[in-house]
Design a protein around this ligand. Structure first.
Ligand SMILES: [Zn+2]
Length: 380
């Protein structure tokens, strides 16, 4: 590992302590990436105190996301508070979400189309991590999550993906608007902070697991992942599970060889069922927008025997919706309860335009599978 701290004027110093006292901003340089950390008196002392002990033990893997996490860990300051490009992007995105949902609300009121929906439909909510003091746009605090679940319990029928599957297969009925709850990526925060609220309110949900995180790594994006024991305990409590692929790569844009594609989709189902002993009947496409899914990917999901495929394209689902191309609605860190209520009424459905045609505005995708993704999955 190479570590150097530089002052804003370019003076090198081996010790971040000496550098920190005189710089206007810090530059943490670690080949091949350089990350600028803007000076803030609130975290300068923390950076100085904790840098030496933490950096020597840090697992560098060359991903910028890891650097950002490192800085958050060192400083205790989240992306949103730190300033710079990350907070600008985060703030602009939040402003867009508020604008889109409030515009949809105005349109609904002005057109008189705000009464009960006469057509049965099902909205699937997408959460990621639930954690105190969330530092990522996709994480939600336990307090906000509990408020959202209480609102759901009081105002909507909440159904499982098993019920959704039966509905699209013509074996169950749904009246009005029903809601399903899903979690992507399998963070351990789900069992720590989401499960208590779900059990207290008797709400069903489904967790989509990254096979590599469960079977090989024990962590995902620098956060603890659900362990096999966690997953078995949650399954016993009624939580359903699906696959989110083996390596969480963009399956359509990676131009994967057929064997690798099969390993990511069908192989992850087999491997998870083998190691966990729980059924994995559903698949959530990693990233899940129009550029991450194509006919080849859908065919692989069908051949693997999944009953449902969940995208990340915003929208609602009708009885005639393709069960392998279900739409979902993302819930994010900055969403107020008022925004959450609008999400449930379709306030973000127009965001499907971005999911379908504006994916260049979204974050970069992983395209390289983890080691072992070209190996044969365990026998069923
Ligand atoms: Zn994901």
């Amino acid at each position: 590992m190479i570590f150097k701290a530089k002052t804003a004027c370019g003076d090198d110093a081996d010790s971040p302590i000496e550098t920190g006292l005189c710089s206007k901003k810090y530059v943490i340089q670690c080949a091949p990436t350089t990350l600028k950390v803007y000076r803030d008196p609130a975290f300068r002392d923390t950076l100085i105190r904790r840098s030496k002990e933490s950096l020597s033990n840090y697992n560098w893997d060359g991903e910028r996301r890891k650097y950002l996490h490192l800085v958050s860990t060192l400083t205790g300051v989240s992306d949103g508070e730190r300033g710079g490009r990350a907070s600008l992007r985060s703030g602009a995105k939040h402003a867009c979400r508020v604008f889109v949902t409030r515009t949809a609300r105005c349109a609904r009121v002005l057109t008189g189309n705000g009464a009960t929906n006469p057509v049965a439909c099902l909205r699937i909510l997408t959460y990621h991590n639930i954690e105190p003091d969330p530092q990522n746009d996709f994480s939600v605090s336990p307090h906000a999550f509990a408020d959202q679940m209480a609102f759901l319990k009081d105002h909507y029928p909440v159904v499982s993906l098993a019920t959704l599957a039966a509905w699209v297969e013509g074996r169950a009925q749904i009246v009005g608007t029903a809601i399903a709850i899903t979690f992507d990526d399998g963070f351990r925060g789900i069992i720590e902070y989401a499960l208590p609220a779900l059990l207290r309110l008797d709400l069903l949900s489904t967790v989509f697991l990254v096979e590599h995180a469960v079977n090989d790594n024990g962590a995902w994006m620098g956060k603890p992942a659900l362990s096999p024991a966690d997953i078995r305990a949650m399954a016993a409590a009624g939580i359903e599970f699906g696959s989110h692929g083996r390596s969480h790569i963009s399956l359509a844009s990676a131009h994967l060889a057929p064997a690798v594609l099969e390993r990511e989709i069908g192989g992850s189902k087999t491997a998870l069922e083998e190691s966990l002993g729980v059924p994995i009947p559903y698949f959530a496409y990693p990233y899940g927008t129009a550029r991450d899914i194509d006919d080849r990917v859908i065919q692989a999901v069908r051949q693997a025997g999944y009953r449902l495929g969940c995208t990340s394209i915003h929208g609602t689902n009708l009885a005639c919706t393709n069960p392998l191309l279900l739409r979902r609605v993302k819930v994010e860190r900055a969403d107020s309860l008022a925004t959450f209520r609008e999400l449930l009424r379709g306030g973000m459905d127009a965001w499907a335009v971005v999911d379908n045609y504006g994916t260049f505005l979204q974050s970069k995708r992983r395209t390289q599978p983890f080691a072992g993704a070209d190996a044969a999955p365990p026998a069923r």
